[in-house]
Design a protein. Structure first.
Length: 483
């Protein structure tokens, strides 16, 4: 019986996902989940969650587009050519009529699926499951809903720090919507409040042990520290990040070593060797996102879709002994690819797992928050493990520390993991696209287009337009300025 329900839920998720072209408000009643039939007991929530994690493997979600968006709209990475998948993002060439709609439809489909669980899990009978199971499943659904809403908010809404969240984000949807519902956009501040509400609740519910391919307490805290950092709530970013690091390390997570770093990305982590990835999308040969996945797009033996810029290469080459240079793969002497999406043993590159939350990021979150609070000693304490791992000969003295130094370390460490545009914009900084000639890679790699070479949060295209299908069907929906 449970297996049967599992199939229903997986199909439901697939059906929701497949209807993306029309926007989520156009869902036919037949594809809406009937929660009364689908979820009868607490244990059924586990199968419903499996369906959500499975949907997240899609290349339109976390095995591809949602991740690469912020890299190719920044200045550390670029499309290899204007006709690549990443080309229109890099060139900012989209209009309200042709802009991608999948960020919207797939992420809201994910939220709808989380809501099918959250709407009723408190009332389900245990039937062999425990209250601890109930809490953990609820915590997972809350974390995934927060993750999806956070991604929607940073894709469609301006940085919180630009206007204290006064501008429009996206609709906050905390219960299953009916087809007839036409919600309006909430402010960015209201989105952040909803995200923080879900995550702070999740942290009190989730299990603290390793859970392969699933979020646990430390993953939720890691994400929460990032959300606080984006919000400019540095005190909470600091304490939440510190708690995540302490708790994760007590549960055997640890930063990869200098020696392991170039290949650790391909490790098949387990409870005995969790490594530093707090949450990853697990892809396998029999359950693969295929050739649109990050592994395939980031490889010259795949679709060679996007690569690092010459200016990023020059920045990383600033220290020729930086271990992160070992992650670069060169296509002859033309382009350099980031080899972070490494397949696990026996797999091909398209089956590579996708690390979404790493301990390294949390160290950098704490370092940045501490510095902004004026606590340079703590900032240096959390920055140095990353600096010294990259090159054991290097060390940063607290007295010499600057915010710029911390942010450069963040760029070097998190490149190709979907951070750059957001990190520059939330700090009120510019992305700057320019070429630095090098004997190693093409000297004029920057693509010709109509985009500005420098842009900050005043450039209207740092947010995507609300998809046309949504604008056409929902009279309450407002478009982003200037689109
Ligand atoms: Ca894999």
């Amino acid at each position: 019986m449970k297996q049967f329900k599992n199939i229903i839920l997986l199909c439901t998720t697939a059906a929701l996902t497949a209807s993306c072209g029309n926007g989520w408000l156009d869902l036919q009643p037949s594809t809406s989940v009937n929660t009364g039939e689908a979820l009868n007991y607490v244990g059924d929530a586990k199968y419903a969650l499996n369906g959500i994690y499975s949907a997240m493997q899609d290349a339109y979600l976390y095995s591809g587009r949602v991740v690469y968006y912020a890299d190719v709209t920044g200045d550390d990475m670029q499309a290899v050519s204007s006709t690549k998948r990443t080309g229109s993002y890099y060139l900012f060439s989209y209009t309200p009529d042709n802009a991608p709609s999948t960020h919207w439809s797939y992420l809201y489909s994910m939220i709808q699926s989380c809501n099918t669980i959250l709407d009723i899990i408190d009332d389900l009978p245990l039937e062999g499951a425990s209250e601890k199971d109930r809490a953990d499943y609820k915590g997972q659904a809350l974390t995934l809903r927060a993750l999806a809403l956070f991604d929607l908010t940073r894709i469609y809404g301006y940085p919180y720090t630009k206007d204290s969240g006064a501008s429009l984000g996206v609709p906050v949807v905390k219960t299953q919507l009916l087809v007839a519902d036409k919600p309006a956009r909430n402010t960015v501040a209201e989105c952040y409040a909803a995200i923080i509400d879900d995550l702070t609740q999740a942290v009190t519910l989730l299990g603290d042990g390793y859970n392969k391919g699933r979020v646990n307490k430390w993953a939720a805290e890691a994400l929460l520290s990032r959300v606080y950092l984006y919000k400019g709530d540095n005190q909470n970013a600091l304490t939440t990040g510190q708690d995540a690091i302490k708790g994760a390390e007590e549960n055997n997570y640890e930063l990869w070593s200098n020696a392991d770093y170039p290949t650790a990305w391909g490790n098949d982590a387990g409870s005995g060797n969790p490594g530093e990835v707090l949450f990853e999308i697990v892809n396998t040969t029999t359950d693969s996102p295929g050739k649109e996945s990050l592994g395939y797009l980031n490889s010259y033996s795949g679709y060679d879709d996007y690569c690092i810029t010459t200016s990023f290469y020059a920045m990383l080459r600033d220290d020729p002994d930086d271990v992160r240079l070992k992650l670069l793969k060169f296509d002859g002497k033309k382009y350099a690819y980031v080899n972070k999406y490494q397949p696990q043993e026996g797999e091909t590159i398209q089956d590579a797992n996708i690390p979404l939350l790493r301990l390294s990021e949390v160290y950098l979150n704490v370092a940045e928050a501490a510095f902004k609070l004026g606590n340079v000693a703590v900032a240096a304490q959390y920055l140095n493990p990353i600096v010294e791992r990259a090159n054991p000969e290097r060390h940063v003295e607290a007295a010499n520390l600057t915010l710029g130094r911390i942010l450069i370390e963040r760029r070097k460490e998190l490149v190709a993991e979907g951070h750059r545009l957001y990190d520059a914009m939330r700090n009120g900084l510019k992305c700057h696209r320019y070429d630095v000639p090098s004997k190693d890679i093409a000297s004029t790699a920057k693509l010709t287009g109509t985009y500005p070479d420098e842009y900050d949060w005043t450039y209207y295209k740092i947010v995507l337009p609300i998809p046309k299908a949504e604008m056409d069907t929902n009279p309450n929906m407002k478009q982003n300025p200037e689109y």
